[in-house]
Design a protein around this ligand. Sequence first.
Ligand SMILES: Nc1ncnc2c1ncn2[C@@H]1O[C@H](COP(=O)(O)OP(=O)(O)OP(=O)(O)O)[C@@H](O)[C@H]1O
Length: 613
Amino acid sequence: MTMSWSDAVTESTRKPTRQPRPSYVPPHLRHSGSSYGYGSSTESAQYGFRSSYTGPGRQPGRAGTARGGRGRGRGGRFWAQQPQNPSPDLNPSDNVSEKFDQLKVTEEDSNGGINFDAYEDIPVEASGADIPPPVDTFHEIDLGECLNHNIKTRCKYVKPTPIQRHAIPVVMAGRDLMACAQTGSGKTAAFCLPIISGVLNNNSLGRSPTRGGAHTVCPTALILSPTRELAGQIHDEAKKFAYQSGVKIVVAYGGAPISQQFRHLERGVDILVATPGRLVDMIERSRVSLRMIKYLALDEADRMLDMGFEPQIRRIVEQMDMPCPGARQTLLFSATFPNEIQRLAADFLSNYIFLAVGRVGSSTDLIAQKIEFVEDMDKRSHLMDHLHSQQANGSHGKPALTLVFVETKRGADALENWLCMNGFPAIAIHGDKVQMERERALRSFKCGSAPILVATDVASRGLDIPHVAHVINFDLPKGIDDYVHRIGRTGRAGNSGLATAFFNDKNQPLAKGLIELMQESNQEVPSWLNEYAEGSQTYSSGGGGGRSQRSGGSRFGGYDFRRSAQSGRESYYGPSSYGYGDCSVGTSAASYNDATVPYGYGNYETIVAGGWE
Ligand SMILES: Nc1ncnc2c1ncn2[C@@H]1O[C@H](COP(=O)(O)OP(=O)(O)OP(=O)(O)O)[C@@H](O)[C@H]1O
């Protein structure tokens, strides 16, 4: 019988398995065996310590939050000296246990057990001209026998998720697309499946025609990803979908030997999944030409077009030999799409459809969010409380995985060391680690030999790791969109998850955005956070800010920036700057609830037809 995660959590919380604490093992020798249990040399360190948590507050009293005399510099020695018996009351971890009890995570190995019904009532908004209607089943889409077979038997997808229902027909109809859907809602398949199908129908399978030197390959489709790990994951997924179809999919990312990737390319490539840096390198060495590209997909598109990546992306898309918008199909996907990025993205698109499934940049209701007031100096002890409380939470003999986000690479290493010294099997991942270490860290985390992953934002986007039960924002990010992506590592594919954030004065600029996000996803907002939001008005144009300012402020939130431009709602996206001024586009958008209006595109098409093009 399958035991639900919540049952397992409850069960395991009752009967903690006490294990002797291993002596300190240096990071490079860790995880050779799976010794889960957060053991420490003394039971006191393992179970015995609870702080007297008095709850967060902005009052002077907050100084007392969870300090219990523990300071940052006291390290493992101090833990070992703590009294053994936990005090059951007033501990933040108790709330965590409660939250864990409420989680409904089905521990099916196949995706068939995923509760995608959770997304059924999700609002969907589409804008653009001549929007193809959505489908209800994979069979309604003409993906071909092979793909349908793989979807069913290899992936065990029973029915398409809302983003797939709406996006796949758009892509199959040859349209450009900017699509925004919540984390973990199946965007990868939404762009991979129609691309693979299009490549299959393109009749150029595996030809990889060459240009210039005999070694130059010309893929039909290019999928770009901001991180190596995500590129690898998309590659794996795409290969599953394309199994035995004859479509050749190759991945290229930095940090791995380029010669090996060249060898893979030489065997033929229809779809290239790449990170921008490695791709530019390959193009400059004349090993890849983009002249045959028919499909360009940017996963985590808002990240790809922000300041960090934009020049590289422009170079690849506009300054190499890639066909222009209109001559290729461009697909942009993310869970967040700030207006300024939508504006930039429009340069890459032609007559595109904007699709918002759920609110743009919202988190799913499946993630229980908790914000705790914790001063910097108390963060480690709070973290430890949380880890203690959930140490046995897991099922099928697997620990519940916890992802801890920190701000800096150094911070990640330091926290990893500190946790390990205190008997917590943690491993860090960040951009300064060599690729092999990064991959090893992910592997150890996924298989549970290191069930605590301390990460920078390198792990915040796209990674689909099953059984991440808890995301802890040890350091909150600067922007609310990053927060959305981080917490989206849990509560994926219809499952529930828990996200805890440590908040203090430094995070004030984020308060407003956090409150809006939490309210949108039906979360309880702590009253003290409102005080911060009120005080943060002056910060609102800063990095955190209110979400409404960034997403057009619509009630629904899924807001196509072209409509703001048209209506002049936001002066900084005014019509004159972006060329939408002449269009007679209706400013009212239809939003559709799948459950009630499955094919309700008629009105809006009438409104926009001929408007933008
Ligand atoms: N139709 C489906 N039926 C069942 N499971 C699905 C379906 N589509 C996708 N999944 C599964 O859902 C999980 C999340 O999908 P995916 O990683 O594509 O989400 P995402 O929307 O890209 O998330 P993020 O915004 O974090 O990148 C994956 O494990 C995937 O295999």
